[in-house]
Design a protein around this ligand. Structure first.
Ligand SMILES: NC(=O)c1ccc[n+]([C@@H]2O[C@H](COP(=O)([O-])OP(=O)(O)OC[C@H]3O[C@@H](n4cnc5c(N)ncnc54)[C@H](O)[C@@H]3O)[C@@H](O)[C@H]2O)c1
Ligand SMILES: [Zn+2]
Length: 371
């Protein structure tokens, strides 16, 4: 699929402080645009991507309440059809996708149309998967409105829905045409959702960016007050890292993309253990980061100081800084049972210092010693 080149209008916007980050993927390359108040420019920006016969906006009912009017007004020339799902992970399934296909047909959506995903990771993942599979693939763009979506899920083209047996089991890689981030939308986000996103932000600092990590240490109060200068700075750093990792290993084939899974090996298992009704993703990942750091310390790869640095930031964003040993033991049983271990060893992303992680297979003995 060819990428429509941007016209000079984008240059105009750049001078108005819009950050642009390119996700370099050859013919599938695309831009991430970041600005406070960007929603008001959405219609004009989309104009640079060609003439779409029809536009369908997929969102959820919470987001529609806050941003439905502004998005609809801004895209009014396209006479868009708006589909607002019930909010929440419960919608991320194949029956939602099937009902969307029917809506697409009703509205005359075809391969010359555009799907606009306005929302968090749930809306983005569903929209991406529906767009990827309808008529063998139709264009879509992401307009992420949660911290998690702005730093993580909207970038990189992983699309998926859940099965009763597990999360994200049905999906594919399908890149959006562009990602439009309006940092101001975070102002209406519940505090718990900010924490969810901040854990991933801290993760980016640990895996790749010491200056992001020290920025957080110094300016966390401003970040948590959602002051736009702070937020734009940190979203931009995270998007740069995600774009860079994805462009080096789009489909997680070389293993490089898995550095993004720092804290997630144990995190995913803890979530699954609670049937996804216990710990939230961010809480579980925070515990996973602590455990991975303790493993690194045990293996002589990291020092105590690294643990303290991460605990410091995690506690300030309201995330856990410790775990329940019994739960972690059960999580490991689950990981071994699910055959996640190769030759008895589990692969972990381990931190060496702020800004550097390595992939290592960890023996059951090391894990036993820690627990
Ligand atoms: N594709 C990927 O690479 C990737 C990466 C990470 C996570 N994910 C997926 O993302 C999902 C989690 O995404 P999420 O954390 O954004 O959750 P979410 O989409 O459920 O949004 C969280 C809540 O915030 C509300 N909301 C969204 N934007 C708002 C705003 N601006 N103001 C007020 N309320 C708002 C939503 O209605 C919802 O209730 C999971 O399904 C996860 O698997 C995917
Ligand atoms: Zn995550």
């Amino acid at each position: 699929m060819s990428v429509t080149r941007l016209n000079t209008d984008d240059r105009q916007l750049k001078t108005k402080d819009m950050k642009t980050i390119k996700v370099k993927l050859g013919a599938r390359s695309y831009n991430i645009f970041i600005a406070s108040g960007l929603l008001k420019e959405l219609g004009r920006l989309l104009g640079n991507y060609g003439n779409f016969t029809k536009v369908l906006i997929l969102t959820d009912k919470n987001i529609e309440k806050f941003y439905g009017p502004i998005v609809a007004e801004n895209l009014s020339t396209y006479k868009p059809k708006v589909v607002a799902l019930e909010p929440g992970e419960g919608q991320k399934n194949l029956s939602t996708v099937e009902s969307l296909y029917h809506k697409f047909l009703e509205h005359g959506i075809d391969r010359k149309s555009l799907i606009v995903a306005v929302g968090g990771g749930v809306v983005g993942d569903i929209a991406g998967y529906a767009a990827a599979t309808f008529m063998r693939g139709i264009p879509y763009v992401q307009v992420p409105t949660t911290m998690v979506a702005q730093v993580d899920s909207s970038i990189g083209g992983k699309t998926a829905v859940n099965l009763p047996e597990g999360k994200n089991l049905v999906g594919c890689f399908y890149q959006p045409r562009a990602v439009f981030i309006d940092t101001e939308t975070l102002k209406t986000l519940p505090v718990g959702e900010v924490t969810e996103g901040m854990v991933e932000v801290i993760k980016y600092g640990v895996i790749r960016d010491p200056s992001l990590f020290s920025f957080l240490e110094e300016h966390l109060a401003g970040v948590l007050r959602l002051e736009q200068w702070h937020i734009e700075r940190l979203i931009t750093s995270c998007c740069k890292i995600k774009a860079w990792v994805v462009s080096k290993d789009e489909r997680e084939e070389t293993g490089f993309r898995s550095i993004l899974n720092y804290g997630h090996t144990l995190g995913h298992a803890l979530e699954a253990l609670g049937g996804y009704k216990g710990y939230r993703h961010g809480q579980a990942v925070a515990m996973g980061m602590i455990l991975a750091t303790k493993i690194a310390m045990r293996m002589g790869l990291a020092g105590e100081y690294l643990l303290g640095q991460q605990k410091g930031l995690l506690s300030r964003v309201g995330a856990p800084t410790d775990y329940n040993i019994e739960e972690v033991k059960q999580a490991f049983e689950l990981l071994y049972r699910d055959k996640k271990a190769i030759g008895g060893r589990l692969r972990f992303v381990l931190p060496v210092k702020i800004g550097k992680v390595i992939l290592r297979d960890v023996s059951p003995e090391v894990i036993k010693e820690i627990l």
